[in-house]
Design a protein around this ligand. Structure first.
Ligand code: 5AD
Ligand code: SF4
Length: 480
């Protein structure tokens, strides 16, 4: 329970509540265009912000919007926290270590504030959506000026202003409005993230995302295509269509317009490269596979999290597929999409995972020989159903399983890379390394390629002949 004086001290507008977030009531939101009140334009001119982003591509893209807003307010950005006037953390709650890192940085910011009293400190992103985090901040972190949830970071100007007086807590438990035309300062000049769907309705039992990001809301196709047309005009070469579960795109908006149709419409814009992530195997249709196979500008690269190879654990995770169903989809993709690279996510040490369950995962990995895999030890998240399951596996056992799994997945990364030696692959050139005539970029199958060339133009797509394979990258030279 919150102590009365915490609420008194804070300008609390809305507090997070997981029960409300979970409720299956029909969601009700409006679409609005972003508009900044002119009184905020340049209000903080000359001030510097240290913005730290944790977590997934969704958060990275939110930070691009946050930067866009703060720039309109007059902020510039610094990598040096000591010279900042505003320290802003865009946080992630998917695993315990992301939490710990953010609290560690808050501690550092507190220390700086002791000798710099007008330093502003703010927390936004997924951790801001957690009741337990917000209660802790209100009770024990009075030096934090504001907490803003994932659904309302566009309200930053007002909240920043109000927090000069009192700690501000503004977190919606249910979805807020869907805001179009947010200002944006993109990290890359060639590759852009484009949100297509927010939130997730899958409620996998271990996952906190449906509570922190809310229920599934698709953007209208016209808004997505307009954003992509503008990106093409600005010279962008690649878009990544983003969502926690992109395959569910359109289900909340249209009767018969899905990710397959959207991918096809984006492909017809002729932007050179299209990617999309993340895909849930449950919603992946044959139509989607056909469209990916048909258009050369849809990259042959699919991120298809499996999480576990044991049917018993998949059921406890609430994943809605069996190992066989996953493998059928996996092999269909391999067969129908020429040259496709498939990557995955795997969790080890889910509550009750036996040695046999873990062996099932290894068996599946040996069959799929993934091009890339993100592997994690299960991390209990407060409020999720899995956190209430009995868990009798020791930390050491979990670590050993992760180690064993990593050894196996790494051998396949390297084996798959070795198959490319002597071949020519298209690479979008993203940067120059410190050494003369050395560049880097990503292949169509999303592999990091370091290569040698002369006068190569950044942002162009060049053919690179692969000379050497490593585990996580490849070396090559521009093909004549
Ligand atoms: N513990 C460990 N890993 C998790 N993931 C999601 N929730 C948890 C958790 N509680 C992993 C899943 C997901 C990826 C983004 O993070 O593998 O696909
Ligand atoms: Fe979390 Fe992904 Fe499952 Fe959604 S589909 S609940 S984001 S793991």
């Amino acid at each position: 329970m919150l102590k009365y004086n915490c609420l008194e001290r804070s300008g609390v507008m809305h507090l997070p509540d997981f029960k409300v977030a979970r409720s299956s009531e029909k969601i009700d939101y409006k679409k609005k265009d972003y508009k900044l009140d002119s009184k905020y334009l340049g209000k903080y001119k000359g001030k510097k912000c240290y913005l730290k982003t944790y977590g997934c591509q969704m958060n990275e893209h939110d930070s691009e919007n946050i930067k866009g807003i703060l720039e309109l307010l007059g902020f510039s950005f610094t990598e040096n926290i000591e010279e900042a006037d505003l320290v802003l953390l865009n946080t992630c709650s998917i695993r315990e270590n992301a939490h710990n890192k953010a609290f560690g940085l808050l501690g550092k910011a507190k220390h700086i504030k002791e000798s710099k009293r007008d330093l502003m400190i703010g927390l936004c992103g997924c951790m801001a959506q957690e009741e337990i985090v917000v209660n802790t901040i209100m009770k024990k972190y009075p030096f934090v000026n504001f907490v803003i949830g994932t659904h309302n970071f566009y309200q930053l100007p007002e909240i920043l202003e109000n927090s000069e007086e009192k700690q501000q807590i503004e977190v919606y438990s249910r979805e807020g409005d869907l805001i179009e035309d947010l200002p944006v300062d993109r990290t890359s000049k060639y590759k852009a993230y484009v949100n297509i769907i927010y939130g997730c309705d899958k409620f996998c039992t271990y996952c906190i995302v449906p509570y922190t990001r809310g229920r599934q809301r698709s953007r209208e196709k016209e808004d997505i295509l307009k954003e992509i047309d503008n990106l093409i005009k600005e010279g962008y070469k690649e878009v990544t269509l983003l969502g926690q579960n992109v395959n569910a795109y359109g289900k909340d908006l249209y009767d018969d317009y899905s990710l397959a149709e959207l991918l096809e419409d984006v492909a017809k814009t002729n932007i050179p490269r299209i990617r999309f992530m993340t895909s849930h195997p449950w919603d992946f249709t044959d139509d989607m596979i056909e469209v990916i196979a048909k258009y050369p500008n849809i990259m042959p690269s699919v991120h298809l999290p499996v999480q576990s190879g044991s049917d018993r654990i998949l059921k406890l995770m609430g994943r809605r597929y069996t190992k066989d169903k996953y493998l059928t989809l996996f092999h269909k993709m391999k067969e129908m999409i020429p040259n496709v690279a498939i990557s995955t996510d795997i969790i080890v040490g889910f509550p009750g995972e036996s040695e046999e369950d873990f062996e099932e995962t290894l068996k599946l990995v040996r069959e799929c020989k993934y091009d890339n895999a993100y592997t994690f030890i299960y991390s209990p998240r407060v409020g999720t159903p899995a956190s209430r399951l009995p868990d009798n596996i020791t930390k050491e056992e979990k670590e050993q399983r992760l180690y064993k799994l990593n050894e196996i997945v790494n051998t396949y990364f390297r084996e798959n890379n070795e198959k490319l030696v002597g071949k020519k692959v298209p690479v979008l050139v993203e940067g120059i390394s410190d050494k003369k005539n050395e560049y880097f970029g990503y292949s169509d199958t999303n592999k990091l390629i370091n290569f040698i060339g002369e006068d190569v133009k950044l942002g162009s797509i060049v053919l690179v002949e692969i000379i050497e394979a490593k585990t996580w990258s490849l070396d090559g030279k521009v093909s004549k």
